[in-house]
Design a protein around this ligand. Sequence first.
Ligand code: SF4
Length: 952
Amino acid sequence: MRKPIKVLPYEKNAIEYLIRELIKFPRQEGDLLFTHVLVLFPHRRPILYLKEGLRAVLKKPFVPPRAFSLEDFVQLLSLYMEERPKRLLRPIDQAWLIYLSAKEAKLDEIGDFDSFFPWGLKLSELFEELFEEMVEPIPLSYLEGIPRKAKRLFEALDSIWRTYNALLDRNGFTTPAKRKKEIAQKVEILPHETVPHFALGFYALTRSEDLLFRGLWEKGTQFIWQAPKPLPPLLERWQKEWGAEVEYAWDSPPMNTVLHFVEAYDVHSQISKALSLFRTDGEHVKQALILVEPSLLLPLVEELPEDMEVNITLGYPLDQTPFWGFIEQVLRLIEGSDRKKGYYHKDYLSIVRHPFLRSLNTPGGKPVKGLFHFLERLIVERLGPYFDRYEVESLVASEWEALKALGYDPKDALSCIGSIHNKVLKPLEEVETLDDLIRGLKTLMEFLYPLLKESSDLLANTGFSFFQSKVIPVLEGLLIKRVPIRRRFLFQILRYLVSGTRIPFEGEPLVDLQVMGLLESRLLQFDRVIFLQLNEGVIPSQRGYDPILPPSLRPVLGLPEREREEQIIWYHFERLVKSSREVYLLWQNSVASTSKHLEIKASRSRFVERLLWEEERKRRELLDGQIERIPLSIPPSHFPKKEGIPKEKERAKLTLLSLSQGKGISATLLNTYLECPLKFYYKYTLGLDPPRAVVEEVEGDLLGELLHRTLEDYFKPFIGKTYNPKKDNDPDLLYRIFLGHLDSSPLSRLGPEKRFFLQEAVKFRLKEFLEHQKGSFDILALEKEMTLTLKLLDYEWKFYGKIDRIDRRGDKIMILDYKTGSVKDPPSIKSLLECPLPQDLDWESLALIRRKIRDLQLPLYLFLYSGGNKKALFLTNAAYVVLSRSQTEEQEREKRLIKNNVETWANWLSESLPRVLGFLLKHIMYSDFYFKATDEESCQFCDYEPICHFSW
Ligand code: SF4
């Protein structure tokens, strides 16, 4: 019965060869029934090609042969060979039985199922391999270099294995590998009708497969290989072990594959290149795009043109759909919540802001978007870092009128928010078993379903229905459904299941362009093949360290060494390359960051090196110069213009004039422009408020405002009077005033420990501040608003400033500005004199002014107070009062503008400052762009950074 193994060269189309054999197969004349023929493939995809090929050749109705993938074939045989069909367990349940077995082995380290789960999954993989390789484990003692827990598990491996097997058998359970092994052991008694006539596309066999296939071969199965001469190592070994004869079907002309080596900058440039190759102008070219790494699928799908007809065999990852994104966020909110304090605001806001939720409607049919935007504002302004759902609901209920003004029926709005709490969050918070989790998920889905029906987001809808139809039934079928498990771990199981789930793409499966993984291409042949990401570490892949089974332990256990995997991948790679007319081999050369923040240069795969070397030998020349190198090409529109955003000059002028006519041009406005014209544009021209967040930390601007109010109230009784520090200092009063203001400040919502530290720090600083008030002074004014009008550039401009405190000290006036954050030194007169006014209204001129002047606040205050009068300037100074430091030196606490050269200062302030102001106004109105920051450090602390395309 044994038939010689047929060996086809790579260039021969194996499916077409099979079709010719099938047509020759004995059957009644004119009969196109192939049902008596059974064909075995390694996977399902060739079945489609077989049927399509038969249709093309026969051009008549026919009944195709029975064709199976190996997995389906084993399933079929189980129906014949198992007395009662056994229940196939998933890895989660396998891990559970392994856990029970390990407990029976009385291992101290075993802990509970939650902590054992990752080890259980690893052991289930190992046990599947042991079944596949028909190996009985032996106890392994004295192992070094593996974790203690793994060591204990290995010492008891044989006993765990025995109990595990007994548990499977006793309960009528099996696993995919155990079933295969048991069927292989009974191969002699397989019924005749289950013996395949043809088996093709196989390369490396496990011991179970070897036993099964050998039995089939003895019973007459015709094996067909695709291989070069001499045979690759694993086929050669297979032939020798079986003592099989081989027959070479060597009648096709050589393929002479044209290879193109292409080095690209990154994944996107590889995809662009591939897309440019797909266009074939109506030519019928069978093409395959091979993704050696599934993660390439998402960037590819994003860039595929809508009109491109393509079949994608790799499914879309469920965990990348908006629906799962939302569930993941809900899980994180629950995990991050505190039993006593409630939800953490950032997690709650992520739910409220989630695009999936925002795309829904309220039960009354209004889009929830506006409601959630309002809710977000309420939370940020009124709640602390943690809160519970009742606080949210009563907060919304207190805004009855505001909801109406927004166009919402308040009852509908409240019911929407209440339903999210009760039907989305609550059911998942109170879970103790998988059964509870399933019930919770079902409640959530029942609530979302009617809302989702209205949504046009296809991916969200698909994710939802796939989760409902595939993930929920799997959870329901798990053995551990009723086992009490901690919530965190239940979520982990759910995540584990979802992370391995892919949604199949729909569409015509045999169009000319196929996107697939390397193993899915087995047996198939294309005119043109494009490989992406042929980088070392990707193909062959680099396995991480396996804590439970280091490579050195594999031979000890009787398992094949890992090197065999590389041989297998090389075989499939080489077969696909050499069976195609034209092949593009693309790899990435850019620098990639590793998880350890190291940068490594990506290098091409050793598989590419091997093909390159073979090609060089064939052509007898070095090919390095012929590698196509795709430059990093980014369309100019993707680069932010160096200059910034083009300015509408008329609008800029009108904005400035209206600001001047309002409160006036302030030092803050001018400083903002000096620091970054774009920031000025976002803030003053567009009126964009920086995003607000719940107060969680001591924020500088809030603290500044609080201390300003505190000091104003403290010094108020002394306006027009003399303050004598020795007599009048009252740190307790100052602190009490602070506490009074703190209660009405957003900082009052800080957590108790942060509030405590804030109070203590402020108490200390305020006391120190008072202690450093040296000598008596008269307080002339507090929070004094001042304006001054100047004619510049043919317009009247009003300048404005609000001065924190004005003192008379002897015959001098001191203008003070309180600072709570870090303070730079005011400009020196030397630096100001060195700064000639530039002519050009460009970025460089502005950057020069910024470097020299640094900050216009104190000069402008002096100018406002003195009215530009030189005499008055002789008698006036200005200083920043640094509240955030504890320097003992008075001059460090007060950073004064004028330290010496009073006359030069008076000249500069009265004559040059107006010219500087004129230059800045001109720059604001007439420069061509709103330029980016004049100093790259500014971007680090800029509130607009998230929306700004020009940050350094
Ligand atoms: S991010 Fe930088 S460039 Fe953009 S507005 Fe802020 S400071 Fe200016």
